[in-house]
Design a protein around this ligand. Sequence first.
Ligand SMILES: Cc1cc2nc3c(=O)[nH]c(=O)nc-3n(C[C@H](O)[C@H](O)[C@H](O)COP(=O)(O)O)c2cc1C
Length: 722
Amino acid sequence: MPVETWSSGIYHGSPLERRSSEELRRLLGQAVAASSNGILITDPNLPDNPIVYANPAFERTTGYPMEEALGRNCRFLQGEDRDQPALEELREAIRDGRGCRVVLRNYRRDGTLFWNELYVSPVHDEEGRLTNFVGVQNDVTGRRRIEEALKGSEDRLRLAVEATGLGTWDFDPVTQELRWDERCRAMFGLPPEAGVDYGVFLAGLHPDDRERADEEVRRALDPEGGGEYDVEYRTVGLRDGIERWVSARGQAYFDETGRAVRFIGTVLDVTERKRAEEERDQLLAREQLARAEAVATRRRLALLASVGPVLYSSLDYEAMLERITRLSVPELADWCLVDIVEEDGTVNQLAAAHADRAKEGLLRELLNHRRFDEGAPGTAAQVLSTGRSVLVSVAPDPLPIEMATSEEHLEVLRRLGMRSFMSVPLLARGRTLGAMTLVSSDPDRRYGEEDLSLAEALAYRCALAVDNARLYRERSHIARTLQRSLLPTLPQIPGVEVGVEYLPVGEENEVGGDFYDLIEAGNGDYPDGWLAVIGDVCGKGATAAAVTALARYTIRAIAMREDEPSSALSALNEAMIRQLGDEQFCTVACARLKPVDDAGFELTVARGGHPAPLVLRDDGSVEAITPPGKALGVFRDPELADRKTHLGAGEAVILYTDGIVEARGPDDSFFGEGRLRDLLSSCAGLEAPAIAEKLRDVTLEYGEGNPRDDLAVLVLRVSERP
Ligand SMILES: Cc1cc2nc3c(=O)[nH]c(=O)nc-3n(C[C@H](O)[C@H](O)[C@H](O)COP(=O)(O)O)c2cc1C
């Protein structure tokens, strides 16, 4: 290689200039050998442009020892990987004898890839003939990897930004310069060429969101914070006026002095999502409302359904109202009162309940203060005088004195708590029977029209039940009075003791029809005996009383003329069939006593469907006298007959109604004829009134003092000493 070519790069005046060319060659050879870059020299004048020199770095880079490389064209470094665009450029340069720079994929001797940045330069002799090519290799595998990785992440970012529709922005807090990409501009309703700055940003925000967004920017730029920015706002298109929802995210960067120097981020149009969210929220709200209404309706229906069985469970309407008020709290109210107008016109606070039992004392205290006279304070008094409901959705706070009869009354009301309340009338047959007042002490429960109509429905049902119960009471009273008026005054019978027990005990609306009588029989001037009668009329109340009257007076009339008890019963049967409807019938037993001699009486018994009279002998034995005979008022011929026996001193005949034998014990079993006979046996020696009393007491005791039916017993006993 001619020294002159090299010397052109030597500094004038340097001692190198004075060195011999031999020395210089050696020096340059050392430099090339010491280079960390692989250096090659090829000779294009030899076939296939072989390598004629390679430095040690070439060996290190490629792994090929010198002797394997020398004499070969460099393409062996490409292995099979020959389809590289850069090779074309290289070939052209070599062909033209020019220098060039290419990056090639090369493979080390062990097959591993390395990226080779190759500088090729031609070398000419003084005549300008191409003598050699010098190649300098630079292993750029590491750099290339980083570049590829970067490119990969950039590509991914670009793809991500494009796919998600993100817009980007970049703000320089120092210069206040703001850059928006096209998408970001579009989100503010601006064309791609529009100029932007922070003022444009603020102007493009929805007025309601402007302050908040501006505040978020300031917060992000505050060096005290982490620099994050995450906000949703509405924009109103600066040119197109369209409202859009935008989700903006970003990050501020600070220099070492803590100054914000860069603030970059993205924006995303989330209008669709927001609309969907709004729609979903609306749907949700509607659904919740509908659900709440359904729940409320169900609870109302449940409340009305639950009061149903209470209303008609008993005729004791005071207890019924007490239970209704109890059911109303806390379901409908925190506390509840029912005031009833009594028959004499006075008003009674009849029922009261509080959800908090501890406050029921306060409700009782109200009794001392409330008034119901004309113009008295309080909604209940108002309802009682007008018959119209009153609803106070929101009670004045504090409660005014006008609502109370006194300071003390007001104090009780305040302690009970009144935030919302309503009073509704108990209306039946056009009359106001009372008022129901429902009070909420919870500020969250305010009564409205729907609550009022539920309260009215409840009060209406209560009113019907009260009215009903009162009607029954009235009718029962009439029937009872009538029935009692039909009970006879018993005559004295020489030589006979009489004991009677009568207990009309049916439910008030079920005054039964037990009756008894003791009649002097035969011609009034010449009485020849007595007729004892006991009967049980079917039907209740006043109807039963009418049949009783018919039975008693018919038997009385017949007893005057007819001798035999069966004749009296037969006449009664006829009268009933003639005068009464099909549904009315009765059972009767008659026992006639006729003195026969000094020693006693003749007893003649007839019965129409009635329990057989029993005879208690003086030895304690009991006999049933059982003539045949069907219930009266049903059959044309009830097939009646008489049976006779003798009653001696100390012996008794007992007539009774089924209230005795059908008394039910705690296990629901009947008292029954067996127990009755045993009981009677134990009565031997007792006088007639004592026997009757004992029968009554034992029966009552058996039924635990809670007899279900009327009960009548008539005992005639021949005195021991006539
Ligand atoms: C001085 C010089 C150094 C070269 N060094 C390399 C090299 O390190 N790696 C390589 O793949 N090719 C290198 N080449 C290129 C190949 O020798 C060859 O010119 C290339 O493969 C294109 O020719 P081809 O199509 O005949 O293979 C070098 C060429 C010259 C002239």
